[in-house]
Ligand binder design. Structure first.
Ligand code: SF4
Length: 414
């Protein structure tokens, strides 16, 4: 039987648009008045368009989905009805989000995502705990509409705007670059290494560490005295974190991580289209163990390294992806005025190393943070978490981040 479906997605389906008989239609449509119910069937039939076939064993009499009154044995769970995540959204917030989505759609020339992208998005949403019966519990949008719009992205950053041509990554080579100032007065340098150790399995190619060494215990009131490079290497070994290349540098308090950036990058020069690199710096190393910057660092480690499939998805479309993207900062010449606040980011090696431009860097302490904005335009970048929330030194930014963090974590629960 020809099972092609011409519908636009759940919520758009009706029997006139779908080339199915009544039984097939009811399987696709579910039996309850819930936009999400029956989505699994719908997806199976839809994927027939991409080369799959009709399901081998379609359920002839599907139980009622969601609605207990229509089921003999009680409600059958579906992702939209069983999520433990409450939709904490006021009407005004919902209206704001919907208006913003519409504005983005119009601003993008009302372009639609291609069929394959839309289906991949729907598949991600279908298994997402924040799918509230066809509506996103993260932003309040209707998922049929949201996934169809080219410019839209998942509020949990599980899928991204489809505004650029996709370049597939297939089990990519992965490198790790780190700049570390191991200040002896606190344990934060160890904490950074332990965070990386937890995600060590992500890095299958080169791991390169630049250690900045300082003897000074009072630089403008700051104690920068570090432990030795040998102690850092020994500690790394002790926790099972092996580096392929390590080098110690004198700490340059004016340039900070700028001083080691070119050396770190030179270790991973490659235009392999299947190679990506993660850059980070020891976060909170000059602060106390309970500083807000530790929390900031935790957010970056979690969002950049705890969902590798989202990183790959982002880099299949964009040249660079990181956490806490902000716009409007850095007015140095030729900067596109955006950055990742805190300087944790992944990049595609082919896009960075295809020219010598990567060596251009602001010779200031903030130079590595401003470097992505020198290399790429904002539309060439993806955000993995916490887009444009403002300065993390401001409490209001953390209020926004808490909510975004809830969405990010909730939509990844299995
Ligand atoms: S959070 Fe993302 S994956 Fe989950 S329902 Fe919303 S848009 Fe879909």
């Amino acid at each position: 039987m020809n099972t092609l479906c011409e519908c636009q997605g759940p919520g758009f389906c009706n029997r006139h648009q779908m080339n199915k008989n009544d039984t097939a239609f009811s399987l696709c449509n579910g039996t309850a008045p819930c936009a999400d119910c029956g989505l699994k069937y719908w997806m199976a039939w839809e994927f027939g368009k991409l080369g799959a076939t009709q399901p081998d064993n379609p359920v002839p009499n599907p139980p009622a989905f969601c609605d207990p009154s229509r089921s003999v044995n009680g409600p059958v769970p579906c992702s939209g009805c069983t999520s433990a995540a409450p939709v904490r959204m006021t009407l005004s917030k919902y209206v704001t989000n919907a208006t913003q989505a519409l504005t983005r759609f119009i601003g993008d020339g009302m372009k639609l995502a291609d069929e394959e992208t839309k289906l991949a998005r729907l598949l991600a949403c279908e298994t997402c705990p924040l799918n509230r019966a066809g509506w996103c519990g993260g932003c309040g949008c209707n998922l049929a509409l949201k996934t169809a719009s080219r410019i839209e992205e998942c509020p949990g950053h599980k899928w991204f705007p489809a505004v650029r041509k996709t370049r597939k990554l297939d089990c990519p080579k992965t490198n790790l670059l780190m700049h570390l100032l191991p200040v002896a007065a606190n344990n934060n340098w160890k904490w950074n290494l332990k965070e990386l150790k937890k995600r060590d399995h992500l890095f299958n190619n080169k791991k390169v560490l630049a250690i900045a060494i300082d003897e000074r215990s009072n630089v403008g009131g700051r104690n920068l005295k570090t432990v030795s490079a040998d102690e850092v290497i020994a500690y790394s070994r002790c926790i099972g974190l092996e580096w392929d290349v390590v080098e110690a540098f004198p700490n340059d308090q004016h340039l900070r991580e700028v001083a080691t950036f070119e050396w770190l990058m030179s270790n991973v020069v490659s235009i392999d289209p299947n190679e990506i690199t993660f850059y980070c710096q020891g976060k909170a190393v000059t602060h106390s163990d309970d500083s807000i910057t530790v929390k900031w660092g935790q957010v970056m480690y979690d969002s950049c390294l705890d969902d590798f499939s989202s990183v790959v998805k982002a880099l299949e479309t964009f040249s660079i992806a990181g956490a806490l993207r902000r716009f409007g900062e850095f007015t140095t010449p030729n900067n596109n005025r955006w950055h990742y606040s805190g300087t944790f980011f992944w990049f595609r090696n082919d896009d960075v190393f295809k020219t010598q431009k990567w060596k251009t860097i602001d010779r200031e302490f903030f130079g590595v943070e401003s470097w992505p904005g020198l290399m790429f335009k904002p539309e060439e970048s993806a955000c993995l978490f916490g887009d444009n929330v403002g300065s993390l030194y401001e409490p209001s930014a953390w209020v926004q981040l808490e909510e975004k963090s809830r969405v990010w974590k909730e939509c990844r629960k299995t």
